[in-house]
Design a binder for this molecule. Structure first.
Ligand code: NOJ
Length: 500
């Protein structure tokens, strides 16, 4: 008996070893309750930018007033026309067999001025109501982002967007309305998508709308402060007014590369960790532990003083605010695509402030990494394993949902590199789950279909389905990666045959 057991264990180990060393891909099955989905966002797919009473948003405004800032001078006026084609999109979701669909609500489509006391746009409400009803009828869960970058333009013009604290209540009212209207059909709420990008690119580098670059080293931190307070307020509204009846979960989605030290040198390790804290930790630390990372408080404080400011450029939370923000997550949503190397450098000299100088680290890619159609996206599958393990170790082993992951190319229907990207990243995720015991419960492919990729316009494609943007009907065609992702969803396995 004992001998038989030993032989069978050896056989299993051998099988494991053979399959993994031959293909390099993990051959274990995803846990039975693990969920798979796909994602999109309102401005990137909906189109119908001024139809049926929708208000203007900051992306409508930016693309119409400065079209040259977009690579191909395009915009999201029509995009994938999902406003008129949700039934088609639903067919794609069913064909893929996803457990959930991650999408976002366009704030000005339901509140054209952004304010609750402006009028509610019934046509916009009906559009989302129809989506959530049909998802529910088809057993597809809804993961819904309240803010995926399309701020109502009046809130930018009249208030200054995320720099003005009065927006906290305006946003909270919008969030409450969304919970009230749709919460019975929504399983997961996301308050903000990628606040790092909202603030760093929206209010410092200019890489995203509203592309305000006038106070580097200052505005982005104000923006984050206001976004974090808005997030906490929405979380508490859901928690106290809706959770008991609607029984969903709510959190935020944070984006980050994995920042790998350039060498084993202590200084490189320190610089890489600092870079992680200044990106992911900037938001995760307040939400999990209650305040900004100490390294941000110290460095920005010291530099601000030397620059002659009378207080730190990093705003301070009061102790009540710290308590209020701490714990405002039911899971942590992670958008992850790529990895960077980080090398220690001397601190930048004191001069004009900027967040890049506050971090002081050399961030770059390894030349040998596979490239994509986006300069920020290199294929580094092991990064997702290191990142999720680091999150487990630093943020109390939270439930993690990978809310975006995907590959960018120029749009071929035959897209083996996308299939490969998914296979390799998912393989590393399996290792994170089984070998590192990271609590990752779901994975989201970005994106369901090619769409408006912000400043890259339609030049970078990340969809599983191709969309013909020259055809007024915007037909969708499955790429070869659909076949792979669909099989993974069916079998919960990345290779031809998995071990149970
Ligand atoms: C992050 C954003 O959430 C999404 O809108 C964007 O298209 C993808 N990453 C790819 O850049």
């Amino acid at each position: 008996m004992f001998l038989l057991k030993v032989i069978s264990t050896v056989c299993i180990l051998l099988q494991l070893w053979t399959i993994r060393t031959v293909s390099g891909v993990d051959n274990r099955t995803f846990p039975p309750n693990f969920k798979f989905g796909v994602a999109t966002a309102s401005y990137q797919v909906e189109g119908a930018w001024d139809e049926d009473g929708k208000g203007e948003n900051i992306w409508d405004h930016l693309t119409h007033t400065t079209p040259d800032s977009i690579y191909d001078s395009s915009n999201g006026d029509i995009a994938c026309d999902s406003y008129h084609k949700f039934d088609t999109d639903l067919d794609l979701l069913k064909e893929l067999g996803v457990d959930f669909y991650r999408l976002s609500i366009s704030w000005p489509r339901i509140l054209p001025t952004g304010h609750i006391d402006g009028q509610i746009n019934e046509a916009g409400v009906a559009y989302y109501e129809d989506i959530f009803t049909k998802l529910q009828e088809n057993g597809i869960e809804a993961v819904v982002t309240l803010y995926h970058w399309d701020l109502p333009q009046p809130l930018q013009e009249d208030l200054g967007g995320w720099l003005n604290e009065t927006i906290v209540d305006v946003y909270a009212n919008y969030a409450r309305l969304a919970f009230e209207l749709f919460g019975d059909k929504v399983q997961y709420w996301v308050t903000f998508n990628e606040p790092y990008i909202v603030c760093q690119q929206g209010y410092e580098s200019g890489g995203k709308a509203p592309a305000i670059t006038k106070a580097p080293g200052i505005d982005l931190y104000t923006c984050a402060h206001v976004v974090l307070k808005s997030h906490a307020k929405a979380y508490h509204i859901y928690d106290s007014e809706y959770r008991a009846t609607q029984k969903g979960k709510i959190s935020i989605v944070l984006n980050t590369n994995w920042f790998e030290p350039a060498s084993d040198d202590e200084k490189d390790l320190e610089a890489a960790e600092r870079k992680r804290q200044f990106s992911f930790g900037w938001f995760a630390n307040p939400i999990v532990h209650g305040n900004y990372p100490q390294v941000m408080i110290d460095r920005i404080g010291e530099r601000s003083e030397k620059e002659g400011f009378d207080k730190s450029r990093l705003p301070e939370f009061t102790s009540e605010e710290i308590e209020d923000i701490k714990g405002t997550y039911d899971f942590i949503g992670v958008n992850h695509y790529s990895t960077s190397l980080v090398q220690w450098i001397e601190d930048y000299e004191i001069g004009e402030p900027s967040s890049i100088k506050d971090v002081s680290a050399e961030v770059y890619d390894d030349d040998s990494w596979e490239t994509s159609a986006s300069d920020w996206l290199k294929v580094v599958p092991w990064g997702i394993r290191k990142l999720t393990k680091w999150i487990k170790d630093n943020y109390n082993n939270p439930e993690i949902i990978i809310t975006e992951n995907g590959f960018s190319d120029t749009g071929d229907i035959d897209d083996p590199r996308r299939t490969n990207y998914y296979r390799e990243y998912l393989s590393n995720l399996l290792e994170a789950i089984y070998d590192d015991e990271v609590n990752v419960t779901a994975y989201t492919a970005w994106s369901l279909m090619d769409n408006f990729e912000w400043f890259q316009g339609y030049s970078a494609k990340l969809g599983l389905y191709s969309v013909n943007f020259s055809d007024p009907d915007r037909p969708r065609t499955p790429k070869s990666s659909v076949k792979y992702y669909k099989t993974v969803l069916e079998t919960r396995c990345l290779v031809d045959k998995c071990i149970e």
